[in-house]
Design a protein around this ligand. Structure first.
Ligand SMILES: Cc1cc2nc3c(=O)[nH]c(=O)nc-3n(C[C@H](O)[C@H](O)[C@H](O)COP(=O)(O)OP(=O)(O)OC[C@H]3O[C@@H](n4cnc5c(N)ncnc54)[C@H](O)[C@@H]3O)c2cc1C
Length: 463
């Protein structure tokens, strides 16, 4: 093939785009990826999942060393925070992983274009780089441009003291008082990081609950545990303004007193990123919230143009974007594959973690579906006792008639790892009895999942 001619051009090198590029190359296509940032990996690797989890891990170690190790007979005198080293480690983790994607591109012979990709017409992409503009021709274009932080009217972001998760992942000093606008997963995760490192943290949430979308019982219990750790929540607070005033920030809201603080994190969700993509010149109408409409094969209504990941509807999660990337490539080359959205789990990496897959009790009530519920508290699990992490519970919801598992919701130690077994069970259409009859290793947290499955049929052993 001639230079700058490809079978597939992927715009966006995040988890959706880079995974789609690799799978399509493995299936024999000549693939290129246009990414405007120097580092590949997208929001997830550069400014999302990975740096936030690195900071969550480090801040938890700090908290445990100060507050909890003594209980196990481990005395550490003068535990001190070296924030610069903590931030450096986070950057090292990010760099190792983003460079890993470069290596994967080389291994799979994927051409990398550095610059802003714009669709000129079906089959034609322009790459606008600092010094030159390159025209690229291709049979197929995949848009995987992800999302960007949303904001609210009246919030005057200064990109420093009033900023998004990107700034909150890199504060060089622990704020005295951090106000987080938004009680979703990004707000509670990053609020937890800075609380553990010593900040006073106030989370303002418009709704009457936190973590909207997760099972309400689990979210309510999680709020209590986070409050015990010192996070302050103000629910029903409609933020009307936030601005820098002299040496402090001021946040105003209906339903809550104005707050003076030294930093504000705006975490009110994310919006699809279609900026300057050239879509306006195509006969392509976006959803009212800006998402690109696609069919089950991820095809838009314009021939040869497809979209996946955060830029289309569905949960804004890295593994959902990856799954769509693989399904897109396989659909294109083999005509098969699909994404089972019922089996896409979500995790909030607080302490303890919160994880969920399938339907919540609220969704089942709304659908008028009859279900049985089995619960196992972590305090009944031997491994949780040995870990000293007995907070929370596992809840399994199964169809009353068929016993098929409809949803699994976990608040507790390593919930994010435990949920994969539940996702596999839902993928295979397992019943709660299938889980209950699977021998689980002792002593593990996974035994709690089995016990919850036994509880669905009212025949627990350890409760
Ligand atoms: C703080 C934070 C924590 C998160 N934690 C988690 C988590 O723990 N687990 C999880 O599953 N998800 C998490 N997410 C969400 C996750 O990062 C996204 O769902 C995921 O990155 C979406 O992947 P994507 O490939 O669709 O888009 P993105 O990762 O956003 O990648 C899109 C890429 O396209 C590039 N781009 C955009 N426009 C153009 C253009 N015109 N030309 C060239 N390049 C372009 C961007 O630079 C970017 O690199 C988190 C997000 C944030 C912000």
């Amino acid at each position: 093939m001639e230079k700058n001619q490809h079978d597939l051009v992927v715009i966006g090198g995040g988890p959706g785009g880079y995974v789609a590029a690799i799978r399509a190359a493995q299936l024999g296509l000549n693939v290129a990826c246009v990414e405007k940032e120097t580092a590949l990996g997208g929001t997830c690797l550069r400014i999302g999942c990975i740096p936030s989890k690195a900071m969550l891990e480090s801040s938890e170690h700090f908290w445990r060393a100060r507050e909890e190790f003594g209980r196990e007979g481990i005395r550490i005198a003068n535990v001190e925070l070296d924030l610069a080293t903590m931030l450096k480690r986070k950057e090292q983790v990010v760099t190792t992983l983003t460079r890993g994607v470069d290596l994967l591109f080389k291994k799979n012979k994927i051409t990398r274009y550095l610059g802003h990709g714009r669709i000129e017409a079906p089959g034609q992409v322009t790459v606008l780089a600092e010094k030159e503009t390159v025209s690229v021709s291709t049979k197929h274009i995949l848009v995987a441009t992800g999302s960007k932080p949303a904001t609210l009217p009246g919030i005057q972001m200064d990109g420093d003291r009033i900023g998004t998760s990107t700034e909150a992942l890199a504060y060089t000093e622990v704020p005295k008082h951090l106000v987080v606008i938004g009680g979703g997963y990004i707000g509670v995760e990053l609020g937890s990081v800075w609380r553990r490192l010593g900040a006073k943290v106030t989370i303002l949430e418009y709704l009457d609950r936190i973590l909207f979308g997760l099972d309400a019982e689990i979210a309510a219990e999680a709020k209590k545990l986070l409050e015990k750790q010192g996070l302050e929540f103000r629910l029903g607070a409609r933020v009307t303004g936030a601005r820098v005033e002299g040496d402090h920030c001021k946040v105003e809201s209906e339903g809550s007193e104005p707050i003076q603080c030294d930093r504000v994190l705006v975490a009110v969700g994310r919006a699809p990123n279609t900026e300057k993509l050239g879509l306006e010149s195509l006969p392509l109408e976006l959803h009212k919230k800006g998402f690109i409409p696609v069919n089950q094969k991820f095809a838009t209504n314009v021939d040869g143009i497809y979209a996946i990941g955060d830029v289309i509807t569905g949960p804004m999660l890295a593994h959902k974007a990856e799954e769509e990337g693989i399904a897109f490539a396989e659909q294109l080359l083999t005509g098969f594959d699909h994404v089972n959205y019922d089996a896409i789990a979500a995790v909030v990496y607080t302490q303890p973690e919160i994880a969920s897959v399938g339907q919540t009790e609220e969704q089942l009530h709304e659908a008028g579906k009859e279900y049985r519920k089995g619960v196992c508290p972590f305090r009944a699990n031997a491994r949780a006792r040995t870990l000293g992490q007995v907070e929370g519970f596992i809840k399994i919801l199964a169809d009353s008639n068929t016993d098929r598992i409809l949803g699994v919701h976990i608040l507790g130690a390593h919930a994010g790892d435990l949920i994969n077994e539940a996702a596999a069970a839902i993928s295979f259409g397992a019943s709660s009895e299938d889980l209950a009859r699977t021998c689980h290793v002792h002593p593990t947290l996974g035994e709690g999942l089995r016990e919850a499955a036994l509880a669905v049929a009212g025949r627990t052993i350890n409760l």
